[in-house]
Design a protein around this ligand. Structure first.
Ligand SMILES: *Cc1c(COP(=O)(O)O)cnc(C)c1O
Length: 356
């Protein structure tokens, strides 16, 4: 006798987290390598004094601060237990059995999993040359499409779509279909042609932009992400599908502290170091004969392919790095994603990867 479970669980792909191997350098989860800012740690310690109390379930103070920063109403802002939680809440809010959730593939590996958990149907549109094929995505919209993820820059390829293409796409999406612009890596974007999704909110009432404190802000362990919805019909629905008290008081306090000018200055310096290192790592890998798409995120992508076209065998390449004490994220048959760390860490990776 076994317990009765939903049949969808049997076919659910597992989320594969980047591996941590004792003694090895982990460049597999797009975390920041820098230690938390002392200023933020102090605020965390302060908030820890109140953990006998439940947090504010809707993170009102943090929502207010974010609303002020982006020039929107607090009601339009939602805070979640990581932005991946907001992705799931959006699916629960918008897509039921038989409904379609559309996204590029390969993209963020959580999308197909949370779509299946919601009972909806995942529609994957292949990337074209490692970039979102927005024309094909527009063509894949049906009357069952309820939600579309656009991951910009895309995880795991690091590629970003330019403003005009994104706008042309948004113009083709029916007004009753939610577009989730997942900008988890927005802080690392240096290409001015990549539009900041929050500037499009006034024009597209069906849009929500997701950001996170996990990547550039270095708070991955605390689980705080946020969304800014063009219309409160979306943000209110996200709040309705939230697990009560999902975001801890400590997380809220750390996020608030990270928004203060003192922390922001330090963070933008760190982001500058990461983007400079991204350029250096890309150049060295290309010089060594690897094909590397332009990344706008805090990682680079090495695509699967034959050696003469600059490609790799993902599993073999990851094994080679691991033998040198560097853990990268491999997607068997597709490629390998390598997080940009500090200069010393990147040197360790480059020493493992070169000569090819
Ligand atoms: C890391 C990541 C997220 C969210 O991370 P959280 O830690 O849940 O905030 C969302 N989308 C993409 C594409 C990511 O890579």
């Amino acid at each position: 006798m076994t317990v009765r479970l939903r049949s969808t669980l049997a076919s659910l792909p597992a989320y594969v987290p980047g591996r941590s191997v004792p003694g090895a350098l982990k460049l597999a989860s797009n975390e920041t390598s820098y230690a938390p800012l002392p200023y933020v740690l102090a605020r965390i310690a302060e908030a820890a004094g109140q953990i006998n109390r439940y947090p504010d379930s809707f993170s009102a103070e943090l929502s207010g601060a974010l609303a002020g920063r982006f020039g929107v109403q607090s009601q339009q802002v939602v805070v979640g237990c990581g932005s991946v939680s907001l992705c799931q809440q959006l699916i629960l809010a918008a897509a039921g059995p038989g409904d379609e959730v559309l996204f590029a593939w390969r993209s963020f590996e959580a999308y197909p999993i949370i779509t299946a958990i919601g009972g909806a149907v995942a529609v994957r549109v292949p990337l074209a040359d490692e970039v979102h094929d927005l024309k094909a995505m527009a063509a894949a919209i049906t009357d069952r499409t309820r939600l579309i993820f656009v991951c910009n820059p895309n995880n795991p390829t690091g590629t970003a779509v330019a403003g005009p293409e994104l706008i042309a796409f948004l113009d083709q999406v029916p007004a009753d279909v939610i577009v989730v612009l997942d900008e988890a890596y927005r802080e690392f974007v240096t290409d001015p042609s990549v539009v900041d999704g929050t500037t499009l909110l006034a024009s597209y009432p069906n849009l929500i932009v997701l950001r996170t404190f996990s990547k550039a802000y270095g708070l991955a362990g605390l689980r705080v992400g946020y969304g800014i919805a063009a219309d409160t019909s979306i943000s209110n629905a996200v709040r309705q599908t939230q697990v009560p008290f999902a975001v801890t008081q400590v997380g809220q306090a750390a996020a608030l502290a990270s928004l203060e000018p003192e922390a922001e200055r330090e963070l933008s310096e760190r982001v500058g170091e990461v983007t400079a290192e991204r350029a250096r790592v890309t150049e060295q890998l290309r010089g060594g004969g690897y094909r590397i798409p332009d990344s706008q995120a805090n990682f680079v992508w090495l695509g699967q392919g034959t050696a003469d076209e600059g490609g790799i065998d993902a599993v073999k390449f990851a094994g080679r790095c691991e033998a040198q004490g560097v853990i990268v994220r491999s997607f068997a048959g597709d490629g390998v994603r390598v997080t940009i760390g500090t200069a010393e860490e990147n040197d360790l990776f480059l020493a493992a990867a070169l000569p090819r």
